[in-house]
Design a binder for this molecule. Structure first.
Ligand code: ZN
Length: 310
């Protein structure tokens, strides 16, 4: 690679694709969002990204020769060889998305799961940048996770490494998770809130929320909703337990928490930390839990970092 090359970091979401153009030094040169067109089985998404990239290159008076590569984060299980193992959100089945975009653009492409890419972005220039290994947990509508070991994202054999949100932590749950299982960590917020709302007459802003995610719970608790505060205690207890499980397998140097909870602040982190310490193996008890720093741009940064390597 020469110093003058650029890198694209694309974070493909269910509504928009966040597109970053980076220098090899990691400077974000430009950033745009294009709509994710999910019609026709998601077959328009890669051609749209290809057209966008060609437009940027024309704009910058550059050719494909000036590009070191395209990194792409996708909302599904991804293998290191470029195969996606279904992106249900996008309507995609199993195929090699890296090869497909590479054929359209003439540029080398690497892919990774979006949560893993967010972790890699935070590892590179965000909350994890001072460490060698980390586990990131993103708390939004769902609970996502990513594992970085020695600077590399862990893909796993099936592309499902870091799926902390679907750790089966709750025994006897009767409601179903979005993934179809029962008792996932991701489900604790909605299942607990639904149960408490049904069992009490307490007035709560949660009664008018169609889907109660962990982020909703934290936001409403911060706003002073009494029932949300009770559910928060529960959610943080299970998040602490989830981190302890991750520590038992990976023993990372740091945990980075992103999404809703990082905006909400220290209170939630401290609560997660309290429950983490209660159930983690003694050797990992002092592991730090810190806030993410890059917000919604983390996935874009991580996708670009995938091209740079470690
Ligand atoms: Zn699940």
């Amino acid at each position: 690679m020469t110093m003058s090359k650029i890198i694209f970091g694309i974070d493909v979401g269910g509504t928009t694709c966040k597109c970053g153009t980076f220098s090899e030094e990691g400077e974000l040169l430009r950033k745009e969002e294009i709509p994710t067109r999910k019609d026709e089985g998601g077959s328009l998404i890669l051609p749209d990204i290809s057209e966008y990239i060609k437009g940027v290159l024309a704009d910058m008076n550059m050719t494909t020769e000036d590009v070191a590569g395209i990194g792409m984060g996708l909302p599904g299980a991804c293998l290191e060889d470029g195969t996606v193992n279904k992106c249900i959100n996008l309507g995609w089945g199993v195929f090699n998305a890296a090869n497909a975009l590479s054929e359209l653009t003439g540029i080398p492409v690497k892919i990774g799961n979006d949560a893993n890419m967010a972790a890699l972005g935070e590892f590179w220039v965000g909350g994890g940048s001072e460490y060698n290994s980390m586990v990131m947990v993103t708390i939004g509508t769902g609970v996502g996770g990513g594992v970085i070991i020695d600077g590399k994202p862990l893909y796993g054999f099936n592309g499902a490494a870091g799926e902390i949100g679907h750790l089966p932590l709750v025994e006897g749950e009767t409601e179903s998770c979005n993934c179809g299982k029962k008792g996932c960590l991701e489900q604790v917020a909605s299942a607990t809130a639904n149960r408490m709302l049904a069992e009490s007459d307490m007035p709560s802003s949660l009664r008018s929320v169609p889907y109660i995610s962990a982020k909703v719970i934290f936001d409403e608790a911060k706003g002073g909703d009494a029932l949300a505060i009770q559910v928060t205690e529960y959610v943080c207890r299970y998040l602490g337990k989830g981190l302890a499980c991750a520590a038992g397998m990976v023993d990372p140097e740091v945990f980075v928490i992103g999404g809703g909870v990082s905006a909400a602040g220290e209170y939630f982190i401290n609560l997660i930390d309290k429950y983490y310490k209660e159930c983690v193996f003694h050797a990992s008890r002092q592991t730090k839990i810190v806030k993410a720093a890059l917000g919604n741009d983390a996935g874009m940064y991580g996708a670009a970092k995938l091209i740079l390597g470690n």
